[in-house]
Design a protein around this ligand. Sequence first.
Ligand code: ADP
Ligand code: MG
Length: 392
Amino acid sequence: MHPIINTIQQKFEQTFSEKPLIVRAPGRVNLIGEHTDYNDGFVLPAAINKAIYLGVSKRADDQIHLVSIDLNESFTGTVNKLEKTAPHWTLYILGVVEQFQKAGKTVGGFNLVFSGDIPLGAGLSSSAALECGVAFGLNELFSLGLDRVTMVKMAQAAENEFVGVKCGIMDQFASMMGHKNSVIQLDCRSLDYTYNPIEMDGIEIVLFDSCVSHSLASSEYNTRRSQCEQGVKLIQEKYPEVKNLRDATQQMLDELVKDQDPVVYRRCRYVVQENRRLLEGCEDLKRGDVAAFGKKMFATHEGLSKNYEVSCPELDFLIDCVKDQPAVLGARMMGGGFGGCTINLVKKDAIPQLIEDVSAKYEARTGKKPKVYVAETEAGVDIVHENEAATA
Ligand code: ADP
Ligand code: MG
């Protein structure tokens, strides 16, 4: 078991003189399906073996006592008045309490100590992990009887409403619903989901963090969303049944968008192709053909860079570095773009050398060392049972 669990148990016993219930809440990657969520399309995330661990216990009073080991901060409040004035990380926790209360679920006072190994703000969804861990822990502690999908929606609502971040549902879905050696094919329109096995024998997920975040990200994100909507409007003139790019075909784009607006056309074409790539990629995975799947990841990067134009020189360079490496089955930028990580599927034996080579090249080019994370798929949020914790 993970050493962080020991740390939490010790801190918890020191602070509250009792043993906590321990919850593990993983981060996530998204293998393919980028900028498809707000077009009602598909995404393909997996929970990973980097997680936030939370120790929780009930209190006899109405107080909330929170301790962040990683930030070395603590907070005391009450369930009767959830304040947004405290340190930022408390918002992810109190926001979940608020959602439970809105749903008519009674949450009493509680103690919570947490720590994790998901890098903060790197695009591996430490925020969703925190929300999902809190939801799962409180549900268990107060026997509230909420099912996982309900908690996914509450965790997302907490981030939307209490933290004020307009995130989609993928991150919370992956953290809560993940299965080891599987990717979740999630339909962002219906929330239907299926698990596809991913044959990761001898392969691991390597993330190179470009360590850049361009200020362009949020304005360009809004522009992309409105360009997708413009494309849909043009298509609807002839095909009113098309509600979103999810329903559009290449032929519709060629017929109705191409001559009207070449930029909107390129944006929409990327989205239509990406949804198709994801569905075809799932067929590759069902056949156990990770190599074919990996090629589609490279194609996704090409589309994001050239047609959707949400990459940046640093991300493109990280992809160029691995493109011709036989040990790299697939790679692409991951997340909204203009910075963050690339995700790479790499043969295990070649990983140390690859990390060394790419890091040196990246530093020579940009003056920055990339951060590197190696991950595997893992099960979604769960209780860490006493016997597992004891062998930590
Ligand atoms: P991401 O979800 O991509 O990691 P976000 O900016 O959405 O990045 O969420 C990061 C925020 O989540 C942090 O600023 C912090 O408030 C909170 N957080 C995540 N992990 C931890 C942690 N281990 N300790 C304290 N706060 C954390
Ligand atoms: Mg986040």
